[in-house]
Design a protein around this ligand. Structure first.
Ligand SMILES: [Zn+2]
Length: 420
C-alpha cells in the first residue's frame, strides 16, 4: 500500500481516481498515488505562507518534501505561523515546521534546510520536480526565478522546473505558475510591483535585513514604546528626524547601510500587516496548482491569479505575457534610450529609478572599457572620474552596457541608444 491511501485520503482519492471534464485524455488515475510518493518537491519559505503550504502539500499526498528557510522563529510569528509554539521561539523555522508536519501526517518526509537559497547550487535545485515559493522578499524571488530559468536545457525536458509563486500583502495576494523560459517569468512582471513592499512585523522586531526594516521598526515598535499614546505625525519634520535617528542606530547595530532622512520619510507612510486568512487562501491556490501540474489531473492556472480581500472577496485570473527583452528569460539586450549629454552619474540615477530594473549599486562595463566599478577600492578610484563625464565621451550610441548589481541575480545587458 502506498502512503496516500486509507480513510484520511478518501476525498483526495475522489479527485485523483476519477477523470473530470477537463482532464487530459492520457490521464491514468491508478498511477497517481505511487507517482506522488516519489515526487520530490521544494518549498521555499517556512513563514506565514510556508506553514500553510507544507501542511497542504502533506495533506495532498506528497511524501517527499524539502523546505528551505534562513529565518528563526520570533514570538510575533505565533499568531499565524501555526506550526510554531512558544517553546520554539529562536529555533529555525524550516526545522520546526518540518518536524511538526511529519508528526501529524505519518508517512510524509520533510527535509529542512536552514540556510539562504543562494547557499544551494544548481545540483540541489535540479533534484526537484517542482518549486513552490512562499516568500516575502523580492530579492529572493528574483534569484530563484533567474536560477530556474538558467537551469533549463531545451533538449532535456527534466531540467524545466515549474515554479509556483505565492505572495501576500495585507488583504491582497497572488499566485502564479511560471514555466521557466516558456511562460512569463517573475522578472517579466517586476514593473507590476508597488514601489514599497510591506514587511511583516516579526522581521522588524527580530532580524532586520534592509534599511527599510530599521525605519519601520522605529516607527511601529520604538515610537509607541518611547512616546506611549502620543500620535506620530508623518508630516512633522521633528518626528521624522527622531525616527531617522532611531532607525540609524538600529541599522548600525545590525550592520545595515543606507538609512537616510528621505528614505525614512518615504517608508513611514506605508505599512501593511500580514493576515492569516490571506495566507491560507493563497497557499491553498499554490498547492492546488502544484497538485494539478504534477499529476495532470486537471488543467493548471494560466498563469496569474490575483486575490483582493479588502472589500468583499474578489479574484481575477489572467495570462501575464512574456516581456520582450526580459533580462532573465529574453535572449537579447534591452534597448535603453538616453540623452548623450547626461553624465554617467545621472545615467546611474536613471537606472535606479527604473521600476523594471531595480538596482542599487551598479557596476558598469562595455566591451571596450570599465565605466564604473563599486569595488574593489582600486577599481572604484580608477573609474570614479567617469561619473562626471558625458555618456557620449564614454561610449557610442548602440553600444552594449553590461550591468551587475548586488540586488541583481543576473547580468543586465542594455543597448544604450542616444536620443538626438
Ligand atoms: Zn522574463
Amino acid at each position: 500500500m502506498t502512503f496516500a491511501q486509507g480513510p484520511r485520503w478518501k476525498q483526495l482519492e475522489r479527485v485523483r481516481n476519477r477523470k473530470g471534464a477537463f482532464t487530459d485524455d492520457d490521464y491514468a488515475p491508478q498511477d497517481q498515488a505511487e507517482f506522488l510518493d516519489d515526487c520530490k518537491i521544494l518549498v521555499i519559505g517556512a513563514g506565514g505562507l510556508g506553514c500553510e503550504i507544507l501542511k497542504n502539500l502533506a495533506l495532498s499526498g506528497f511524501t517527499n518534501i524539502h523546505v528551505i528557510d534562513m529565518d528563526t522563529i520570533d514570538l510575533s510569528n505565533l499568531n499565524r505561523q501555526f506550526l510554531f509554539r512558544e517553546a520554539d521561539v529562536g529555533k529555525p523555522k524550516a526545522e520546526v515546521a518540518a518536524r511538526f508536519v511529519m508528526k501529524r501526517v505519518k508517512g510524509c518526509t520533510i527535509t529542512p534546510h536552514y540556510c539562504a537559497i543562494q547557499d544551494k547550487d544548481t545540483d540541489f535545485y535540479m533534484q526537484f520536480k517542482l518549486v513552490i515559493c512562499g516568500l516575502d522578499s523580492v530579492e529572493a524571488r528574483r534569484w530563484i526565478n533567474s536560477t530556474l530559468v538558467d537551469m533549463v536545457d531545451p533538449n532535456v525536458m527534466e531540467t524545466l522546473k515549474p515554479l509556483v509563486d505565492g505572495g501576500t500583502e495585507g488583504f491582497k495576494g497572488q499566485s502564479r505558475v511560471i514555466l521557466p523560459t516558456i511562460t512569463s517569468c517573475y522578472e517579466c512582471s517586476l514593473d507590476m510591483l508597488t514601489p514599497q513592499t510591506a514587511v511583516p512585523i516579526c522581521t522588524l522586531a527580530s532580524i532586520p535585513r534592509q534599511p527599510a526594516h530599521c525605519i519601520e521598526w522605529a516607527s511601529i515598535l520604538e515610537w509607541p514604546r518611547v512616546f506611549g499614546d502620543k500620535k506620530m505625525d508623518t508630516d512633522n519634520p521633528e518626528h521624522i528626524q527622531w525616527l531617522y535617528e532611531a532607525a540609524l542606530a538600529r541599522a548600525k547595530e545590525f550592520n545595515i547601510m543606507g538609512v537616510t532622512y528621505s528614505m525614512t520619510q518615504g517608508v513611514v507612510k506605508n505599512i501593511i500587516p500580514a493576515i492569516a486568512s490571506t495566507n491560507a487562501i493563497i497557499a491553498a491556490s499554490c498547492c492546488n496548482e502544484a497538485l494539478k501540474i504534477l499529476t495532470n489531473m486537471n488543467p493548471f492556472l494560466q498563469n496569474y491569479m490575483m486575490y483582493t480581500g479588502d472589500e468583499g472577496v474578489y479574484t481575477h485570473t489572467f495570462e501575464h505575457q512574456k516581456k520582450e527583452g526580459c533580462p532573465v528569460c529574453g535572449t537579447s539586450a534591452i534597448d535603453f534610450e538616453v540623452s548623450p549629454d547626461i553624465t554617467l552619474a545621472d545615467f546611474i540615477d536613471k537606472l535606479k529609478e527604473q521600476p523594471d530594473i531595480q538596482i542599487k549599486k551598479p557596476t558598469i562595463t562595455t566591451q571596450r572599457r570599465k565605466l564604473y566599478f563599486q569595488a574593489p577600492p582600486e577599481l572604484n578610484e580608477l573609474t570614479r572620474p567617469n561619473l562626471d563625464k558625458k555618456l557620449s565621451e564614454l561610449a557610442d550610441s548602440g553600444e552594449e552596457f553590461a550591468i551587475t548589481d548586488p540586488g541583481l541575480p543576473f547580468n543586465l545587458r542594455l543597448n544604450v541608444i542616444f536620443t538626438k
